[in-house]
Design a protein around this ligand. Structure first.
Ligand SMILES: Nc1ncnc2c1ncn2[C@@H]1O[C@H](COP(=O)(O)OP(=O)(O)OP(=O)(O)O)[C@@H](O)[C@H]1O
Ligand SMILES: [Mg+2]
Length: 341
């Protein structure tokens, strides 16, 4: 795709008009956060005479990615780049000694559910077993897996998307995660296996969003476990398990089911986790806490609280006010309406 990148200083900071594809691709929340962020970025950049390539570089983005992100044409994972922009804004305000209320999402907190996920992953890793973690949306699966992988040796965390759900797609994804360089597709399985088995057991492969995998890809994972004695964790929503149930009786499913050593299944968040998370946002006003807890119980759990709190804080900061229930309710309503529309 041809990209028009404006590099002259301070030009092209008009408010971007996102493409239809962009709006259709991303959630209303992410687009709203993007709108607020691009507004702030544009204001700071034009005030300070920064060009686009300069801002992109300062944020740590490729210039072309920044250009796509800013103009509302980026179709990859928007949240990642929103977060980079947010971090830069935060750093910028801090450096220029301006008081900023742009809130960052809390860093990892040790919730009850994350402890359960850690225990299950640890079981898979130490016993070279296959485990299945089926937990409701937004409850912190990915965050817990990412933290586990970041703090333990020989743990790999790959995420499957509808584009990488086939055996080959998955293998390419795994190769990238394991930093295996093998261009010959016929040798890919062996190269990945060799890396997983390198330490003679004790490695763990976490496959996130595993509900996306096709059956053959799941069988391929079973093969890795059997041959190379690595632990496998299938992580995803309830569909992962339903899929096995659906074809119960088929030989491959029986083989697979037999291999699932441990399963962690939880549809609803723990109340204590919601409370701990709201507290980690620094929100103590009882009305706000109650309202956000209610949001967390509706489905989407911590993820919903995260996005609502972020929007509410942005609105409060925009008006120069402390956070109140009015901001929280407005943020929630705003999101709800947009989601329905
Ligand atoms: N243990 C935690 N500590 C801090 N924040 C958390 C924690 N768990 C979840 N969160 C927050 O909740 C959001 C959603 O969490 P996460 O993406 O891990 O959920 P998920 O269960 O993987 O959801 P999905 O089903 O959509 O994949 C995160 O972006 C993060 O802000
Ligand atoms: Mg996830």
């Amino acid at each position: 795709m041809n990209q028009h990148i404006i590099t002259s200083p301070a030009s092209g900071w008009d408010r971007p008009e996102p493409s239809e594809k962009f709006i259709a691709k991303h959630s209303a929340d992410d687009v709203e956060i993007w709108r607020q962020l691009t507004g702030k970025v544009a204001a700071i950049a034009s005030e300070n005479g920064f060009g686009k390539s300069e801002v992109g570089r300062r944020m740590g983005m490729e210039v072309s990615t920044f250009s796509q992100w800013f103009s509302g044409a980026y179709l990859g994972r928007l949240e990642t780049y929103n977060r980079m922009a947010e971090q830069w804004l935060h750093a910028f305000f801090e450096a220029s000694d301006v008081v900023s209320n742009i809130r960052q999402s809390p860093l990892f907190i040790n919730t009850r559910l994350s402890r359960e996920i850690f225990d299950t992953l640890s079981w898979a890793q130490t016993t070279a077993d296959m485990v299945m973690i089926t937990v409701g949306a937004g409850m912190g699966k990915t965050m817990a897996c990412r933290t586990y992988a970041a703090t333990r040796p020989h743990v790999y965390h790959a995420t499957i998307t509808p584009h990488t759900k086939t055996v080959h797609g998955m293998l390419v994804e795994l190769a990238a995660e394991l930093e295996v360089k093998e261009n010959n597709p016929a040798r890919l399985t062996r190269a990945i296996g060799a890396k997983l088995g390198r330490i003679g057991g004790g490695s763990l492969l976490i496959v996130d969003e595993a509900q996306n995998l096709v059956d053959d890809a799941i069988n391929q994972l079973r093969h890795f476990m059997d041959i190379y004695q690595c632990g496998i964790a299938l992580v995803g929503n309830d569909e992962v398990y339903t899929r096995f149930g659906r074809s119960a009786g088929g030989p491959s499913y029986a083989q697979l089911k037999r291999r699932i050593g441990k399963r962690l299944n939880r549809a609803k968040p723990y109340l204590e986790d919601l409370q701990a998370y709201i507290a980690a946002w620094g929100i103590t006003d009882p009305e706000c806490v109650k309202f956000l807890t209610g949001i967390g119980l509706k489905g989407g759990a911590l993820g919903q609280i995260d996005k609502t709190a972020k929007l509410a804080f942005m609105a409060a900061e925009g008006g120069g006010q402390p956070l109140s229930i009015t901001h929280v309710k407005a943020a929630w309503q705003n999101r709800d309406v947009e989601e329905i529309a």
